[in-house]
Structure formats: structure tokens, C-alpha cells
Design a protein around this ligand. Structure first.
Ligand code: IMP
Length: 201
């Protein structure tokens, strides 16, 4: 089976991504599994710039189809922050228990209708010949009032999804994969890839 690399070192993400892409005729490798150890600096101003930069650099090194995502949490009350800086917010190595507690404290007195937030994911695919594709997925929700749930990672325990009545950390992996920003962007990417492959036949 043809191999593809998904350029992330985040173990939470790679698990979600492998599950979502499991029906593609491709073996999905993490960077670790592909033996690639370089760090691509995410210095772009947008999710798209960062995702493209990672995918293109790793495709060049590996000679394999490479996908990368850049994602983050946009909070309306904080003018869209942490946004593209979500991973680095309050320091890359600061535990999410602290980051989440800090956000809850900033929004302490904020009423429900002003707690709007969304997770955004941009997926980039880079082919070894230099061709690239990008897709975006979004899930709308709001910042909860307390930390809830043990699944997922990152900001999941404070991201409340009204239709589910739960945070994304309270959803099972299957439930999260059915509605997440990353799943939505990946589903769109699967359609683009299939068109690309059909065009080559
Ligand atoms: P990236 O690895 O540069 O894309 O950083 C994305 C950051 O956004 C992660 O480290 C998390 O802080 C946050 N994030 C993105 N997607 C999710 C999610 O599904 N749940 C919780 N946090 C997320």
C-alpha cells in the first residue's frame, strides 16, 4: 500500500487523524513512524500558511504525499485569540489545565451569549511534485464555565458544543471525530484527493 505522512508530533491528533483516514487506500505514518525528526517552525500568520509550510517541507524531505494541519481555538471575547497561537498560548510547555483555567478566569463574568468560540483546522496536502491542496473545517461552540471531561486534548475540556450539551472532552473519540473541525477538513480533503486520483487514471 502507498504510504502517506501526516506531519504532526501531537499524539492526540495523530490518533484522531488515523481513525478518520482509515478508509483511504493509504498507510498513514506519523513523523515518528516515518523517521523524520526535524521541527518545522510555525511562523505563519494564518493556519493555511503554517499547514502548507509543514506539508511542503516534509514532502520535499520524504518524497511522499504529506498532509499537515494547523488548527486552533478562536474565542470571540478575546478577539479571536489564541487563534494561530493556540499551541504557544501562555508558553508551549504550560499544561493545558493552566491554560484552560486562565481562559475561564478571563471569561469569568462574561454572559453565555458572548462566550462564542470555534475550533478551526486547515489541512494542507503536498505532493512530491510540488502540487498542493488545502481545505478548512470549523466547529462552532462556546467556552464553558468549568473544566469538564477527560477525553481529547488541549482546549477540549472548556469547549462546549451546544447541540451535544457537552464539551468535546466529554465526547467519545467516535463522537468527536464525527463533528470536529479536523474531521470536517479531512473529509473535504478526502474528496479532493479522490478527484485528484480519478484525474490521474
Ligand atoms: P497546532 O498543532 O499548531 O495545529 O496547534 C493547535 C493547537 O490548538 C493545539 O495544540 C491545541 O492547543 C489547540 N487545538 C487544536 N485542535 C484542538 C482540538 O481538537 N481540541 C483541543 N484543542 C485543540
Amino acid at each position: 500500500m502507498q504510504q502517506m505522512i501526516f506531519a504532526t508530533k501531537n499524539k492526540g491528533k495523530i490518533k484522531e487523524i488515523k481513525a478518520i483516514l482509515s478508509d483511504l487506500p493509504l498507510e498513514v505514518l506519523s513523523m515518528e513512524e516515518a523517521g523524520i525528526t526535524i521541527d518545522v517552525v510555525e511562523d505563519g500568520a494564518t493556519f493555511e500558511e503554517n499547514a502548507l509550510k509543514k506539508a511542503v517541507e516534509i514532502a520535499k524531505i520524504s518524497g511522499k504525499l504529506t498532509m499537515a494541519d494547523d488548527s486552533g481555538l478562536e474565542i470571540d471575547f478575546l478577539d479571536g485569540k489564541p487563534g494561530v497561537y493556540s499551541a504557544r498560548y501562555l508558553g508551549e510547555n504550560t499544561p493545558y489545565t493552566e491554560k484552560n483555567a486562565h481562559i475561564l478566569s478571563l471569561l469569568k463574568e462574561v454572559p453565555q451569549q458572548k462566550r462564542g468560540a470555534r475550533f478551526v483546522s486547515v489541512i494542507a496536502a503536498a505532493f512530491p511534485d510540488g502540487k498542493t491542496l488545502t481545505t478548512e473545517g470549523v466547529i462552532e461552540g462556546r467556552i464553558g464555565y468549568e473544566i469538564k471531561g477527560e477525553n481529547g486534548f488541549g482546549y477540549d475540556p472548556i469547549f462546549f458544543v451546544p447541540e451535544k450539551g457537552k464539551t468535546t472532552a466529554q465526547l467519545s473519540p467516535e463522537e468527536k471525530n464525527a463533528i470536529s473541525h479536523r474531521a470536517r477538513a479531512l473529509q473535504k480533503m478526502k474528496v479532493l484527493l479522490q478527484k485528484e486520483w480519478e484525474g490521474q487514471m
